[in-house]
Design a protein around this ligand. Structure first.
Ligand code: 0O2
Length: 212
């Protein structure tokens, strides 16, 4: 397919990623401006590469006409939280919004993937305004803790290196690391209130200094 056609297809997704990243960053800012703890630590986004879209269509036997409906993560947003508890708060914030409609939820925290992958995915419908009028597209929002993100980032690069053939001894290490991540998130949750209080008071002090 011609590159120009791909550009036209992917352009609304690029717009959606830019808008969604901005909206979630603003949500985080709003919390901080009100002196509230923000469940959102960091937001990133990307449009799936053409190669990755084609690879997924081939793997899942998706015909071209169904690409935009069936490849749900052409627009991808990643929200990183400090604590596991923050993930549900972010999901609730999304559910309460009028500009995002939840299509489905994939809870890989309650149901960890075989690889050890843990993350909370929401597929949403989102409207973008284009030259041809409004377009309803899908976006996948991945919500995970910093610790889960650390594991997923390392494992993703190993998948890239080994394709589907990660050696058994590496798989075993990854499985051990996944268990360690669960323990780490649990430990952090147990001191969540203390950490949140400490962060709030340092934020308030900073605001006071800026007011002077
Ligand atoms: P990218 O662009 O490199 O991030 P499938 O694609 O078959 O896994 P599905 O149901 O289409 O499954 O989508 P799913 O599982 O909700 O989301 C796919 C995305 O979740 C992946 O994107 C990863 O970002 C992440 N993910 C899913 N499983 C794993 C895993 O085992 N390890 C890691 N590190 N990430 C995972 P892509 O396709 O890799 O594309």
């Amino acid at each position: 397919m011609e590159i120009q056609l791909w550009r036209e297809i992917l352009s609304p997704y690029e717009q959606a990623v830019t808008e969604l990243v901005e909206k979630f960053q603003h949500l985080s800012l709003e919390h901080r401006e009100r002196g509230l703890y923000s469940p959102i630590e960091q937001v990133t986004g990307r449009v799936k590469s053409i190669t990755s879209i084609l690879e997924k269509m081939k793997r899942k036997n998706i015909p071209f006409e169904e690409m935009e409906e069936q490849v749900e993560d052409i627009a991808g947003i990643r929200i990183i939280c400090q604590f596991v508890e923050d993930i549900q708060r972010v999901s609730d914030l999304i559910a309460g919004r009028s500009d995002m409609e939840i299509k489905c939820i994939k809870d890989y925290i309650a149901h960890q993937k075989e690889s050890g992958y843990r993350s909370y995915h929401l597929v949403i419908y989102y409207h973008v305004e284009t030259l041809n009028g409004p377009k309803k597209i899908q976006a996948e929002i991945q919500i995970r803790t910093m610790a889960m993100n650390f594991w997923a980032t390392i494992e993703h690069s190993l998948q890239y290196k080994y394709k589907t053939n990660i050696p058994p001894y590496v798989k075993e290490r990854l499985a051990n690391a996944a268990q360690a991540i669960i323990a780490l998130d649990g430990e952090m949750s147990s001191v969540r209130n203390e950490i949140m209080n400490a962060q709030n008071s340092s934020l308030m002090q900073r605001n006071l200094v800026m007011d002077i």
